[in-house]
Design a protein around this ligand. Structure first.
Ligand SMILES: [Zn+2]
Length: 390
């Protein structure tokens, strides 16, 4: 299983200047190569190499590997563009938008990510430093930092290329790790149902509730502050707004890591699998008042789901995805399903058998039962496309 780990570099001012010059040079070279690819209609690496390699090395002082990567990056960008044009993302052929997208060469931002292979970048995990190629020569002993758990994964399982990126003036390496999967528990002793929501971020069928009240309040404050800053529309206000957005994302990620860890550990300890709703369902079925709608679209449900999925995979805990229809309106005792079973956001009260339960808890029981059905019927559960980011 592939996993992406991001570590922060801590370069000295001199090192940072060298990294910046390198990133700019690589992207200028890639932009120039993309222009050549467009004019010569040479959009495959082998062809473009003939036209661009020598000049890239000479004009921007790129090493052999970096020049290759610049060429490959240009070609990859055209492949992506082609796929997007074909899928209709830029409208139909003949429209203005389509012509605008296809009628000019690809351009890279000065700070676009740059891939590094093992010949351009080496890791010293003990010392927590990297040695990295730049246009000013090789930088040795550039310090990096990250969460302990991620650094362990990195040291044990990193494979292949890493991307150098600069975000908000800070430097990061994004490394790909190939993680072995745990032996799958093929005879789970039932399932742990997990209901993902807004007021409660995650509720399990064991009755564990991960409450979002504090987080939601904090997020509202952040959002209000951001709105104020955006209204001001000055450069420094924009910068601050961006900073707060980053902070919020990091906090959410941290919370999602903690919740997913607990849920997977509990399922593993008790020999059970995990049942989740298909994630697309959560957004689609949500009929909410406006303030809540803001919350549901900005809450990273997909992230929590993917964290649970990859931690489960590592632990060999099976995960099934169930149809989310009516999980909140169905009685988990007698299965009577009606909107009237849900007198309020928080309460479930069955009109037929009188069963009363916290609404999300009742839903998590339905998810648990459906998960078991999916498992024993051997039905294909539709796992959503996952981008695993640790
Ligand atoms: Zn009932």
């Amino acid at each position: 299983m592939k996993l992406v780990v991001r570590v922060k570099l801590l370069p000295t001012p001199v090192q940072a200047a060298a990294l910046e010059a390198t990133l700019h040079a690589c992207n200028q070279a890639a932009t120039w190569a993309a222009g050549v690819a467009f004019e010569e209609n040479a959009r495959r690496p082998l062809e473009l190499r003939k036209h661009a390699y020598a000049e890239i090395r000479e004009r921007w002082g790129l090493g052999a590997q970096a020049a290759q990567h610049a060429i490959k990056k240009s070609c990859d960008a055209y492949t992506t563009l082609k796929a997007n044009l074909r899928s209709g993302r830029y409208g139909r052929p003949g429209t203005k938008r389509h012509a605008r997208a296809s009628g000019k060469p690809v351009v890279f931002r000065p700070e676009a990510a740059q891939p590094y292979d093992d010949r351009m970048l080496s890791w010293q995990h003990q010392a927590r430093t990297v040695s990295i190629w730049t246009t000013a020569g090789r930088l040795k002993g550039v310090a990096f930092t990250g969460q302990a758990e991620q650094l362990e994964v990195l040291a044990a399982h990193r494979r292949g290329e890493s991307d150098l990126v600069c975000q908000g003036g800070k430097w990061f390496l994004i490394a790909t790790c190939e993680i072995p999967e745990g032996d799958l528990n093929t005879h789970p002793d039932g399932f742990l149902g997990v209901d993902l929501g807004i007021a409660n971020i995650a509720v399990t069928s064991d009755g564990e509730r991960h409450c979002g009240r504090r987080i939601n309040r904090k997020r509202e404050q952040d959002r209000n502050l951001r709105r104020k800053l955006q209204k001001r529309n000055t450069k420094s206000a924009k910068r601050r707004a961006k900073k707060y957005a980053g902070k919020e994302a990091r906090r959410n990620k941290d919370i999602n890591h903690k919740i997913s860890k607990r849920i997977v550990a509990e399922a593993e300890r008790t020999g059970r699998g995990i049942a989740l709703e298909t994630l697309t369902g959560i957004r689609e079925r949500a009929r909410l008042r406006k303030p809540q709608r803001v919350k549901i679209h900005s809450w990273p449900f997909a992230q929590l789901g993917s964290f649970i999925a990859y931690k489960a995979k590592r632990a060999g805990v099976p995960v099934v995805y169930v149809n989310p229809a009516y999980t909140s309106q169905e009685c988990s005792k007698c299965h009577h399903t009606a909107r009237g079973n849900r007198p309020s956001q928080a309460v479930f009260s069955c009109r037929v058998c009188g069963f009363v339960e916290h609404a999300d808890h009742n839903a998590s029981h339905n998810i648990r039962q459906r998960g078991w059905m999916v498992w024993v019927c051997g039905a294909q559960s539709t796992a959503p496309e996952l981008t695993l980011i640790a």
